[in-house]
Design a protein around this ligand. Sequence first.
Ligand code: BTN
Length: 240
Amino acid sequence: MPNPFGTPHRHFMVTDSTNTRARELVEAGAPGGTVVTAREQTAGRGRVGRVWTAPEGKALLYSAILRPLDQRHLLLPLSVPLAICAAAEALRPGIKCQVKWPNDIWLEGRKLSGVLIEAKPQNGWAVIGVGLNLTIAPDEFPSDLRQPAISLFSSRVGGLPPTTSTAAEMLSRHLDHWVWADDDEVLDEWRRRDGLRGREVAWEDGSGVADGIDDRGNLVVVTVGGDRVSLGAGEVQLRL
Ligand code: BTN
């Protein structure tokens, strides 16, 4: 069994992007399990070239090195959101998180967390980047977000929010399980938490109704003409 996530753990008060720091570390030979967090990012990166912003100290900004990366991790884009759901539910008991293909985490129909995985399979590593909104107030989210966002804690729900370091430890604990879980367990849990099933989705070349995932983690869509098509996360961008 490789190092548990969080050993070692490097924390920055400010950095450009924890994923960039983690990539430097892995390329310099850092072991699997290494975690980088930051209180603030000046150039946080999201999927498909988007920026990711969060007010200082109000989100978990977390990047973990997975090494070795191998055939056991073909469903990594699915297993990471499942770990985040489990961590969020442990940090705020009573909530129920859902996943939105390919790897967003939803709470009450709004985006709670996003994942940016950057991998070099030929070198046997991946960096798992996670942004998890902890205490960002509704009026602190950028007004031009594609999807409405939410935090784990807000003045509306009350409760004592965790520190970012507690949140990091909780996420590491759940990644230790989900990153190494069997494919069947990952697929079952994804299907249980699937928030996209039955919803209309559109992409560059078509539209239809989401009908779950296949065993390789592709999104299955039933098109208007009745065809079933499988969409790979690298190939399509959904419009909801
Ligand atoms: C997305 O939903 O587009 C993915 C967002 C991922 C953001 C996190 S914050 C920590 C890590 N460092 C980055 O620069 N990005 C990821």
